[in-house]
Design a protein around this ligand. Structure first.
Ligand code: DGY
Length: 338
């Protein structure tokens, strides 16, 4: 309570405005947690690993007005059904929202938001790192150096696949797909793509549209996936579609693990139909199919797409912008996905 100044018998006690309660389901960058604490009665995440889910996530949300989650928090229909009525908004600290059951949220009238735009460049950078790392055998080279096993330069040592001037296929030419295309053009790559519809010329910038993934694949010396994880894209790169790629193609996945049929990709990496793969995301993360780890022709990163200080802070601020709209101003949030 704010107390009246001493000696003013007429003054009444004024109630201190209460802040909305915000439950954080993950530990966020310091600057993001500081801003959250300024504007909300924050309930910090009790643990970061393993991420809260199930009953523990529901219990953490008791009495909260908003819930801030991230990939790793499984916000299933069962969790959403069990959330207290106080929860009005779930903001995910991610552009992807496959870990949140949107239908269940809609059914309960809970707003769900994501963080588009701010991670486009960082994720496109990681896609290029995966492309280059796979093509130029960077994982093998790094392991050799750390093992102290390098015998010296040799004309035939660790030859990889040339990148400059090759054809790159992109599945999903949204913000991130287009940012990858922009970077790849700097390597004189020719861009082919598949999406639901052709882009307007100012966005396509000369990229060649294919109306099906099957029509795109035979063109792809490199293939980079930038589609969301949906029931339609689960197992997209299966044995049949991989067979449509030219022999020696290189596969890059920075989208979501389930878009790959892991068994089919591993078989193609073993047979040489795929020369290499650069992967940042996996089905069942943080578990990784051991077949990928055992192969020399994989370049593997631990879901680093958005992992820069600048990007992670921007993601947190964007999530807070959305929460502020709903909880502080009673407005529609900018990034509503449900
Ligand atoms: C996202 O935002 O969906 C990313 O995968 C996190 O890096």
């Amino acid at each position: 309570m704010i107390r009246a100044p001493a000696g003013d018998p007429q003054a009444k006690e004024t109630p201190m405005p209460t802040k909305p309660v915000l439950a954080l389901a993950r530990t966020l960058p310091d600057a993001v947690e500081a801003r959250a604490a300024r504007d909300y009665d924050v309930r910090p995440a009790p643990v970061d690993h393993p991420p809260l889910g199930g009953d523990a996530l529901v219990a953490h949300a008791a009495g909260a007005d908003g819930l801030l989650v991230a990939p790793g928090n499984a916000v299933s229909a069962a969790v959403i059904d069990a959330l207290p009525d106080s929860v009005r908004v779930i903001a995910t600290f991610s552009v992807g929202f496959d870990h949140v059951d949107l239908d269940a949220a809609r059914a309960r009238g809970i707003v769900v938001t994501n963080t588009p735009d701010v991670l486009t460049d960082a994720t496109a950078d990681i896609a290029m790192l995966c492309l280059l790392g796979a093509a130029r055998r960077a994982g093998e080279g790094d392991a050799l150096m750390r093992a102290g096993a390098w015998a010296g330069w040799a004309p035939t040592h660790m030859m990889g696949t040339h990148v400059t001037g090759k054809r790159l296929g992109i599945v999903g030419m949204g913000r991130i797909g287009r940012a990858v295309a922009k970077r790849a053009r700097a390597f004189d790559m020719t861009i082919h793509y598949n999406d639901r519809a052709p882009l307007p010329p100012h966005q396509a910038e000369g990229a060649v549209f294919h109306d099906t993934v099957e029509a795109l694949l035979p063109q792809c010396e490199f293939l980079s996936l930038h589609c969301p994880a949906t029931p339609e894209t689960t197992g997209l790169m299966n044995a049949e579609r991989i067979a449509l790629l030219p022999r020696g193609a290189i596969l890059v996945n920075t989208a979501r693990g389930p878009v790959l049929d892991d068994a089919a990709v591993i078989a193609a990496l073993k047979s040489g139909h795929l020369a290499a793969a650069g992967l940042d995301v996996y089905t069942g993360e943080p578990a990784v199919n051991p077949g990928y780890r055992d192969l020399p022709n994989t370049f593997l990163l631990p879901h680093l797409g958005s992992a820069t200080v600048e990007t992670r802070e921007a993601m947190g601020f964007r999530a807070l912008d959305n929460l502020d709209a709903v909880l502080l101003r009673g407005e529609a949030p900018g990034d509503r996905v449900a």
